[in-house]
Ligand binder design. Sequence first.
Ligand code: APR
Length: 252
Amino acid sequence: MKNLIRKASEAIYRSKLTLALTGAGISVESGIPDFRSAEGLWAKYDPSEYASIQAFRRDPEKIWDMLRDMDQLVSKAQPNAAHLGMGEMERIGFLHYIITQNVDNLHQEGGAKNVIEYHGNSSTLSCLWCGKHYRAEEKRNETIPRCQCGKVLKPNVVFFGEDIPPEALDHSFQLASSAEVLLIVGTSAAVSPANTIPSIAKSRGAILIEVNMEKTHLTSSLTDIFLEGKAGETIPALVSELKRYRDNPISA
Ligand code: APR
């Protein structure tokens, strides 16, 4: 593993544009379950019943059973060593943008500034009927948060059947087309269009480094360097190796 960490950090050290694509796995060590692991969210809530915009419009109060569960975990969650490590990687100039599928705001709380959110952010709520916005903490004491107009509020996250914010899509595809390294952390790459980022980057010559507890469909098809293990351990190891390179520059 030490060799792979060295190989990965050398690629990142030499890269002029390094992107990351992250998924729910990076937040598991902050106490937020992922979706498709054995004890993931979809084991408890069937996504076809709970995760589409049609289901929300049909029965918003039922969907808030799941949303309230998640909100209680997200509101207590702290950035873990992986979020902090990626914030540090950005600060020292070795990570330029993070494209995240997560809605928990933990990359930003971990110090990252250039975060592209594919699926929105759960820290604000909106009324689908009158358009009024609220901060999630304003409504945390309401089991079913309602707008002053009386309708049930929706978190500003992208449900299945809703579009990815167009600016996030455009910016991420543009970056993926010119990235030299793509660091893929804690995602099963099961959901489109986020899961097209690795193939776009790869087709344009990027080196793909994958950090995951287990192999995914990317590992044998696109990944160049597979760092098996917890993101909370692997990312800090990458950052310390990068600092070693920085402090003992290798021949370019
Ligand atoms: N460190 C690294 N990887 C981890 C860790 C960890 N501590 N814990 C879990 N993983 C890995 C799992 O092995 C899995 O491959 O993270 C991945 C999580 O995959 P999913 O649960 O499918 O989550 P994600 O890829 O983010 O899902 C994408 O699907 O349901 C939608 O909108 C939802 O944004 C989500 C999207």
